[in-house]
Design a protein around this ligand. Structure first.
Ligand SMILES: Cc1ncc(COP(=O)(O)OP(=O)(O)O)c(N)n1
Ligand SMILES: Cc1ncsc1CCOP(=O)(O)O
Ligand SMILES: [Mg+2]
Length: 359
């Protein structure tokens, strides 16, 4: 701390109150991530934020804080609003605490500057950490709301004609696919958008989520529900700038750091793989079932294991902790794709048949 006049006791009193608000708010948010979401990743971020607040606050000795504290004389304790005492559910409690946490950090940042610019900067960094934590919580809630109990996600190609494509899409939706992705690297844009329009229309009729692979522009033009992007394609932010907040952005991930980053960047769901050798796409290396286990253990954003998944090995995915899978050849290469869908849904423990999730 620069060698200046002693801090204003009013500022110490004020920052004492905001330090309490910030650390208490961080604890409430951390409790939600830990005990309601069972989300180790967000719990850890909440704990790190709480410890960061304590470390920055240590600049103000607790003895000085207590000497300047005057709770009996605090005029604010008598000021209450109706909304403060109303909380609909645990998510509402968490969101209210996120707001208080961010406000307290802003107050600490601004008044901290009167003591030491570096102190203000430290609370500014913590404020941005709080925004990131809020984004992670928000995208998780949004992704879980949008994808509901969607467990079976199938990737299909454009096929030989619009008619054949529509028949396949109709058959898979009626059999119980819950998310359908058009993935075709050979088609020109005009035929791709036409197939995507067909898929989106059929999926809408069945309450199935429609996703276009790679191409955010085609997803929007076709009226699909979202886009799926890989690690070497548009960033989540760029894809979001095209599809907007109302559509889904799914992200392929191959290691835990990518899964954590995609979630904090605003992804609505994750592809997790490749899990087993795939006849649809070749890969240099396999994160395999261990990566499925890693994601299942710490990230509660909807995550679909992908890569070579079949009726024979799907039980390994479920045992590793994920109940959502994305499948290509095991369905589209089957002699009876609809029967393959029903068999996979049964293995996932979701009701067989049905039109798809509410998502
Ligand atoms: C649900 C889902 N998960 C992963 C992928 C793979 O996407 P990507 O890594 O971009 O590879 P391509 O499919 O584009 O070859 C996916 N498409 N869908
Ligand atoms: C596109 C993609 N990305 C990882 S695996 C894969 C292919 C999934 O298809 P299949 O289920 O046939 O292996
Ligand atoms: Mg891709």
């Amino acid at each position: 701390m620069p060698d200046t006049s002693p801090p204003d006791p009013h500022v110490i009193r004020l920052m004492d109150a905001s330090l309490n608000r910030a650390s208490e708010g961080a604890r409430v948010v951390e409790d939600y991530a830990r005990f309601v979401l069972d989300d180790a990743h967000l719990s850890r971020l909440g704990k790190e934020l709480r410890h960061g607040i304590a470390a920055a606050g240590a600049t103000l000795p607790m003895a000085d804080r207590l000497a300047c504290r005057n709770t009996p004389g605090d005029v604010g304790t008598a000021i209450t609003t109706a909304s403060e005492s109303q909380r609909a559910d645990a998510a509402d409690v968490c969101n209210a605490s996120l707001g208080r946490l961010q406000e307290a950090l802003r107050s600490l940042e601004e008044y901290g500057k009167t003591i030491d610019p570096a102190l203000g900067a430290a609370f500014e960094r913590l404020r941005y950490d709080a925004y990131t934590l809020a984004a992670g919580l928000g995208t998780t809630e949004r992704g879980r709301n949008r994808l509901g109990d969607a467990r079976l996600y199938v990737l299909i190609e454009a096929g030989p004609s619009d008619e054949a494509f529509e028949q396949l899409t109709e058959s898979l939706c009626a059999a119980g696919v819950q998310v359908l992705q058009l993935r075709d690297k050979r088609l020109d844009d005009r035929r791709l958008v036409e197939r995507a329009r067909i898929m989106a229309a059929v999926c809408r009729r069945h309450g199935v989520v429609s996703i276009v692979n790679d191409r955010a522009d085609i997803a929007v033009a076709a009226g699909a529900d979202g886009v799926h992007i890989g690690q070497d394609e548009l960033t989540v932010a760029d894809a979001r700038s095209v599809v907007g907040p109302g559509r889904l952005v799914g992200v392929s991930t191959h290691r835990i750091e990518q899964a954590r980053a995609a979630r904090l960047a605003g992804a609505d769901y994750l592809g997790v793989g490749p899990t087993f050798p795939s006849t649809t796409k070749s890969f240099a290396d396999f994160p395999g079932i261990d990566f499925v286990r890693q994601v299942a253990a710490e990230i509660t954003l909807p995550a679909f294991a992908i890569g070579g998944i079949t009726a024979e090995n799907i039980s390994e995915v479920v045992a590793a902790g994920l109940r959502r899978v994305a499948v290509g050849a095991a369905v589209t290469g089957a002699s009876d794709p609809a029967a393959a869908v029903r068999s996979l849904r049964e293995a996932l423990g979701a009701p067989v048949g049905g039109e798809g999730s509410s998502g």
